[in-house]
Design a protein around this ligand. Structure first.
Ligand SMILES: Nc1ncnc2c1ncn2[C@@H]1O[C@H](COP(=O)(O)OP(=O)(O)OP(=O)(O)O)[C@@H](O)[C@H]1O
Length: 417
């Protein structure tokens, strides 16, 4: 069946699958381009159409996506206005010309032969992220996509070509980024947070000026000093990116990695809002970090669970750093605020951000963090307090909570010795 279908159509494997295969990486999705066909022909061949304006066809057996070769012409701001043409006369080369990067614009025929009109192979070899053509400027999301591919492939030595960075700067200066929908910005950002080097995404956005447009709260940290004895890297923006790098190393591919990394990004946002006369100190930056975190999340429609964790990490990271000197009652209040009794994962996430915070400083990359062990020990003692025994002791309903808190304080005090 597949053979019959494919023998009647001019089909090419394109995009990420060809790129990743050439890089020796695991191929996840396979996207295909069909040249010289029409929607009617595809339907007659047994493919199922998904989407109306911009049709993609699902293979009846593999369910892989087949797109008709197409060109796009921009006719509005951002992504809102695109005239898509997929009439049968459009060639493979014309389709590839409209793609973002040369390494994403290599096609492969079914017999394995590569078609590479824009020298993507050479750029793969030279580890270069280069735009295919001037059409790149038609969709400002491509600025974010390049930054994301940079974050994904930086560990393989990839760099952004100078002329592509220049184009990214021009797009940023044109104001086009302001027309991107929050959903598209967040989608790229969430994908970038899941890459091997998420800090590279934000650094690349900064390099082309886009950080100030898209994440002004983060951009504001650059140039803000920190006490040099604790922070040899001094600048709060650089520190933040170093913390994000450490958070990525600590979380690897665990399921909540992206939300922990996002919390690491936001944890010090308050440092751009403390009074300059106290610099390089940032008294109260923990609480002052909450409004910019909420503003950023609201503007980009960041899902709630990301915001909740980021706010907790803003507020309480210094509590954990100083846990040795906190009173047992303060520690129980901290655990209450973190809702650790119902969500112990909140404590783990906060401890990861705090460890990343400690290591995200020049010369501290391998530091130990005894506070995390201590916090876990206190939690273990407090969570072991027997609620059932308190209830069985006959306390009135309103006294049960009070007793529980008292006994948790006692348990932590005992652990403190
Ligand atoms: N906004 C865009 N502008 C130009 N080309 C794009 C754009 N989005 C996707 N493409 C093209 O379509 C292909 C598939 O897009 P997709 O977003 O799935 O990325 P990918 O390269 O397959 O990487 P991933 O592994 O992240 O899915 C890309 O490789 C690129 O050629």
């Amino acid at each position: 069946m597949i053979k019959t279908l494919q023998s009647q159509l001019e089909i090419y494997l394109v995009g990420g699958a060809v790129r990743d295969q050439l890089l020796g990486l695991e191929v996840k999705d396979r996207d295909w381009v069909v040249v010289g066909s029409t929607p009617q022909h595809m339907l007659a061949q047994g493919y199922r159409q998904v989407g109306q304006d911009f049709p993609v066809f699902l293979h009846p057996e593999t369910q892989e996506e087949y797109a008709l070769a197409r060109t796009e012409r921009k006719c509005g701001h951002g992504y809102q206005g695109f005239a898509v043409d997929f009439t049968p006369g459009i060639s493979l080369e014309q389709d590839l010309l409209r793609r973002d990067l040369t390494i994403n614009a290599i096609a492969q025929r079914l017999d394995g032969e590569l078609i590479d009109p824009y020298h993507g192979l050479q750029d793969l070899q030279n580890r270069t992220l280069r735009h295919v053509s001037a059409a790149f400027a038609e969709d400002p999301l491509r600025v974010l996509r390049v930054a994301r591919f940079h974050a994904r492939f930086a560990h393989l030595g990839f760099k952004i070509a100078a002329e592509t960075l220049q184009l990214m700067q021009q797009i940023t200066q044109s104001g086009e980024l302001d027309h991107l929908t929050p959903e598209r910005v967040w989608l790229e950002t969430e994908k970038a947070l899941k890459t091997a080097s998420p800090q590279v995404y934000f650094q690349s956005l900064r390099d082309c000026g886009a950080l100030a447009r898209l994440f002004p709260e983060v951009d504001a940290l650059f140039g803000i000093p920190n006490p040099p004895q604790h922070h040899p890297e001094i600048d709060s923006g650089i520190h933040t990116l170093m913390v994000l790098e450490q958070a990525a190393k600590l979380t690897g591919d665990q399921t909540d990695a992206a939300s922990i990394r996002f919390a690491a990004l936001c944890h010090d946002l308050g440092k751009a809002r403390t009074p300059a006369e106290n610099y390089p100190h940032h008294y109260g930056h923990e609480q002052l970090g909450v409004p910019p975190t909420i503003e950023l999340c609201r503007r980009l429609k960041v899902p709630n669970h990301y915001q909740q964790l980021a706010v907790l990490c803003c507020r309480y990271h210094s509590h954990i750093h100083r846990i040795q000197v906190l009173k047992a009652s303060t520690i129980v209040r901290l655990f209450d605020s973190l809702d650790v009794w119902r969500k112990p994962q909140n404590l783990n996430a906060l401890l990861t951000v705090c460890l990343a915070d400690t290591r995200g400083r020049l010369g501290f990359e391998h530091s130990d963090y005894p506070q995390a062990d201590l916090a876990r020990q206190f939690y273990q003692r407090a969570v072991a307090v027997d609620v059932q025994a308190i209830i069985a002791a006959g306390y009135q309903k309103q006294q049960i909570r009070e007793q529980l808190t008292l006994q948790r304080i006692k348990a932590i005090s005992a652990a403190k010795g």
